[in-house]
Design a binder for this molecule. Structure first.
Ligand SMILES: NC(=O)c1ccc[n+]([C@@H]2O[C@H](COP(=O)([O-])OP(=O)(O)OC[C@H]3O[C@@H](n4cnc5c(N)ncnc54)[C@H](O)[C@@H]3O)[C@@H](O)[C@H]2O)c1
Ligand SMILES: [Zn+2]
Length: 650
């Protein structure tokens, strides 16, 4: 192929990948592959002295086509040049002072405050024009809505979702809607039209650059960031470095990445002096004041043992590569998701092939390539669960495998597996494999059948892999599980959008009384702090379906809901409903105050209604929406000190 032809091909391929990545929160290739093709294109552009139109080496991010309002940035938002070499990084810093921080892997935003009030949030977009997502920023977990600062303040930072939240949120989504990584999820979440969804997903914002504001009186970026921290922003964790300690600090970050709950795809090194930074100027795509350091992926070769096809609740059947165990970034890895049929086909896999594996962002195992490409692997024509014919469907431009059988046992098996899992009914000794057998034999059909398994002792004892002993153990585990906390039971039911945390909030709100939950209307449910309309609707629908009610009633014939004493503190705030707004002075954050109120028997909800007892707001005279509403409804507005008096006084 001629080099120009290859360049055209690369531009097309990379543009297609960028569109999927930035606009649709999908990935049609791994970042590793993207970066390799990108480097190949840069090398060709340099060699030929030619850049084709639309080359991704000249533009940032994505063109915006979505429904959100758009706005031009006051100053262009650029990407960052990168290196994987420690020596290059050292040379780049030279004799200067620098700041080394996590390169957070989320969505870059610019926030603007006027006279202390958050008035605007915009995404990076294509660097020139971004999307206005102010309403979504307002429901992030940690963005100050009001700060003690007159005039204009503009700050850039990254919106991210923790790995732990990512897993919880994904678990509640249907397989087809699941996100591949926290970055996709965050991008999808921050750009929601409905901010109730954003609110339920725990987005965090970490500031990394002060663009305008009084803090610029310091030339040092570390002073500026500390100043932002004092104003109430969470700032990206950073270290001051120079050529003496840079490499040692790199090692420290590299150790910490394993325990870091926020996804990061490397580090950013920037010169500490703003004046020096500005004197350096920019290239067409990068500022010269900063550089990204990407981890050298540890890539290992191993043999493919086969592909496991996993059917999901929704009928989607996903391929997982099984390979000879290898050590990667300190752990032993023997399986990696292949995501879909398209990726599987591209890799031309076959049993015994020598494949290359690595961990994306040092965390998620991935197959990077196939050296032997025997291409002998067959895509199953039958569903691994129900044995009915499968079908390959196209979702966007990606091929995925489906089981079309509506009654496919996979759905049932997953529901049972969830029901018995640790945070749910916690029935030990009931593996997915044994559930599969029990379903196959027709012994469990609805959830309550689990509690009647003792009627089938003979059949179970003779099941493959079972025996008298495992049967006895299983029965004992089932017996123990019968006394359960309401929150675990609710979680076990597998209600869409209701994870353990939501189940706990729900259960507490309704005094651990399932009848109260069954009777609640959408409005009451939506008002529970941390809930929104979607969760409320999901709960309401669930508890108003006759078939679900009969499932619950059948379960309640066997199990006993534990009485919960919230704790031994006096319930002095019983029946009091609080709403908290504005900045707090003596509590670290709202959830600290909320925890205390709940421990004292009170409740905290998200918005002021006729049922609210107190609105806690340190700015009692503010004319904010909540204050207005409280005044209209005659709800008392109290400040933190009043609250403290209240809990001592009553
Ligand atoms: N898999 C795919 O199909 C695909 C497609 C397109 C892009 N990509 C990936 O995206 C990369 C390019 O992405 P990009 O241009 O969005 O960003 P980048 O990787 O070049 O990162 C630069 C950005 O990181 C942000 N950032 C995060 N933490 C920061 C900190 N502490 N200090 C300063 N800035 C910080 C800033 O917004 C900065 O502009 C590629 O290398 C590739 O890995 C993948
Ligand atoms: Zn099936």
């Amino acid at each position: 192929m001629s080099e120009i032809k290859r360049m055209k091909e690369l531009v097309a391929l990379l543009s297609q990948a960028s569109k999927a990545y930035y606009q649709e929160n999908r990935e049609i290739m791994s970042n590793l592959e993207y970066d390799q093709l990108y480097d190949e294109l840069i090398a060709l552009e340099e060699k030929k002295g030619l850049v084709l139109t639309g080359s991704p080496t000249r533009q940032v991010g994505y063109e915006i086509v979505g429904a959100l309002p758009k706005e031009a940035h006051n100053s262009r938002m650029l990407s960052l040049d990168k290196t994987k070499s420690r020596e290059d990084l050292l040379a780049w810093l030279g004799e200067h002072k620098g700041l080394l921080s996590w390169k957070l892997d989320g969505l870059t935003l610019v926030l603007t405050y006027e006279d202390g009030v958050l008035i605007k949030g915009i995404t990076r977009g294509n660097g020139i024009i971004g999307e206005v997502i102010t309403n979504n920023v307002r429901v992030f977990d940690n963005v100050p809505l009001k700060i003690n600062q007159k005039g204009t303040l503009v700050v850039r930072g990254e919106a991210v979702i923790k790995y732990s939240d990512f897993e919880n949120i994904n678990a509640l989504l249907d397989e087809e809607e699941q996100y591949k990584n926290p970055r996709n999820l965050c991008s999808g979440t921050v750009r929601q039209l409905n901010n109730a969804i954003t609110a339920s997903r725990h987005v965090n914002f970490f500031a990394f650059q002060l663009v305008s504001g009084e803090g610029l009186k310091w030339d040092s970026k570390s002073e500026q960031l500390n100043w932002l921290g004092d104003l109430g922003f969470d700032v990206v964790p950073f270290k001051k470095v120079d050529h003496h300690n840079l490499l040692a600090e790199l090692d420290v970050f590299e150790k910490e990445i394993m325990d870091n709950d926020f996804a990061s795809d490397g580090l950013v090194l920037t010169f500490d002096s703003r004046a020096y930074s500005e004197s350096l100027g920019v290239t067409s795509k990068f500022p010269r004041h900063s550089i990204a350091f990407k981890w050298q992926d540890e890539i290992k070769e191993t043999h493919l043992k086969g592909v496991e096809w996993r059917a999901s609740r929704t009928g989607l059947i996903n391929p997982i590569a099984l390979f000879d165990p290898v050590e990667l970034e300190g752990t032993t890895v023997s399986r990696a998701s292949l995501h879909n049929v398209s990726i599987l086909k591209q890799l031309e896999l076959g049993e015994g092939d020598i494949i290359k594996v690595y961990k994306a962002n040092m965390i998620i195992p991935q197959v990077a390539g196939n050296l032997t490409r025997s291409n002998t692997l067959e895509i199953p024509k039958e569903c691994p669960i129900c044995k009915q014919t499968t079908e390959i469907k196209k979702v966007y431009d990606v091929e995925v495998l489906y089981c079309n059988n509506m009654a496919c046992g996979a759905k049932k098996i997953k529901a049972f597996a969830h029901f018995v899992s640790r945070d749910a009914m916690n029935i030990d000794g009931m593996s997915e494999a044994s559930i599969e057998k029990l379903v196959e034999m027709g012994l469990i059909n609805t959830l309550s059948d689990i509690f009647e398994l003792d009627q089938h002792k003979d059949l179970i004892v003779n099941m493959e892999g079972f025996g008298e002993k495992s049967y006895e153990n299983l029965m004992a585990a089932i017996q123990t599980s019968k006394k359960v906390k309401l929150e675990n039971l609710i979680y076990a039911l597998g209600i869409p959008n209701v994870g353990l945390n939501n189940a706990r909030l729900l259960s507490r709100y309704f005094d651990h009384n399932i009848d109260k939950i069954k009777d609640a209307d959408v409005e009451t449910l939506a008002n529970i702090e941390g809930f929104g309309e979607i969760i409320a609707k999901s709960l309401y629908d669930y508890f108003h379906s006759p078939s679900n009610i009969s499932v619950i009633n059948a379960l309640l014939n066997h199990i006993e809901i534990e009485e919960v004493e919230d704790n031994n503190k006096e319930q002095i705030l019983k029946d009091k409903i609080f709403v908290i707004t504005g900045n707090l002075e003596t509590y670290v954050n709202r959830s600290a105050l909320k925890d205390e109120i709940e421990a004292l028997g009170g409740k905290v909800t998200g918005s002021v209604t006729g049922k609210t007892t107190y609105l806690i707001n340190n700015d009692v005279t503010s004319t904010s929406g909540k204050n207005k509403k409280a005044k209209e409804l005659g709800v008392s507005i109290i400040n933190e000190m009043d609250y403290k008096k209240l809990i001592k006084e009553i």
